[in-house]
Ligand binder design. Structure first.
Ligand SMILES: [Zn+2]
Length: 314
């Protein structure tokens, strides 16, 4: 029986999904790895993968595609660029996996792009021809699918939605070194920062926050009628809706999917976000649907498996 693996590479562990070729997730496991830069570490990965297969009655030769998603840029040829937050030797790992899984096509995919492909394969975007996934977490990531194909761009910057300029007058600097990026207002960090700034402006005391990305507490404050929290969420919707209207003027997708950790609070701000988008978009795009993503943290695991399978068939 042919199988597909999707491997979500994190800083200290990997999460692996075993899929059928139709996209049914049959089993998941987490393998602690530490830095993936030595033959010993590659062996931990390949042994872990073999173990997952054995537990599910499959053999390494059954695996026809293996996707690996990484938190960094991957160009059109599948070459992994600079990875800021994890220690990984992509070529070394690739060679080790190829030696063990001789029938498998391998593909590296950027994590936000992988999440978009996952939603296309088995999530909310299943069957959609064009959509944009906006993943809102610590930052704002994106994946753009047009005519069924991912747009990663000539230089790998396609889908960098978080760095669309939405405020030319901003004085604070974004992580990318520029000023006024969407991420500064619509990421978890941005929402919490806006909330604190609004509390200061209104002279109110912020609710207790569990770290710099605790949007859950800001959402709860919003529900309890906290004016500063309501202003912070309004600001997020205003900036995000504005950015989405610019995206629509270029790719005009059928659907926007809101995912990532902040996507979990979708119901709370969905109507405000839809209203902001409609306020700024061109008339033909007004029917664009704005929906929550459905695969949560598993989306990238699905998507990299899909990409590896798709490339094998192509
Ligand atoms: Zn930026």
């Amino acid at each position: 029986m042919e199988k597909v693996l999707g491997i979500d590479i994190g800083g200290t562990s990997i999460k692996v999904g075993l899929f059928s070729t139709e996209g049914t997730l049959e089993a998941v496991t987490k393998i602690p790895t530490g830095e993936i830069v030595s033959e010993a570490a590659f062996a931990v990965v390949t042994e872990g993968l073999k173990g997952l297969l054995a537990e599910n009655g499959a053999k390494p030769e059954d695996v026809i595609a293996i996707g690996l998603d990484v938190p960094g840029p991957v160009d059109d040829k599948g070459k992994v660029g600079m990875l800021a937050n994890i220690e990984l030797d992509p070529e070394g790992l690739q060679n080790a996996i190829k030696r063990t899984f001789v029938n498998a096509n391998l593909a590296f995919v950027n994590d936000a792009n992988a999440a978009a492909l996952g939603e296309l394969w088995q999530g909310t975007a299943k069957g959609a021809n064009s959509f944009v996934l906006i993943a809102i977490g610590t930052g704002v990531g994106g994946g753009v699918v047009s005519n069924g194909r991912l747009i990663s761009g000539a230089f790998g910057a396609g889908g960098e939605i978080g760095h669309i300029t939405v405020n030319r007058d901003e004085t604070a600097t974004c992580g990318c070194g520029r000023k006024g990026c969407l991420e500064q207002y619509a990421s978890a960090t941005g929402i919490v920062n806006s909330y604190k700034a609004e509390c200061k402006r209104l002279g109110t005391t912020p609710v207790a926050l569990d770290g710099p990305t605790d949007t859950l507490s800001v959402f709860n404050a919003h529900r309890a009628g906290d004016e500063a929290a309501q202003n912070a969420i309004s600001m997020m919707c205003e900036c995000l809706g504005y950015a989405m209207a610019q995206i629509s003027a270029v790719v005009d997708p059928q659907i926007y999917l809101i995912g990532g950790g902040v996507g979990g609070g979708f119901k709370l701000y969905a109507e405000d976000l839809r209203a902001a988008f409609r306020k700024y978009c061109l008339a033909p795009s007004v029917a664009t649907r704005i929906l929550p993503a459905s695969l949560g943290n598993d989306a990238a695991m699905y998507g990299c498996a899909y990409q590896a399978l798709f490339e094998r068939g192509a």
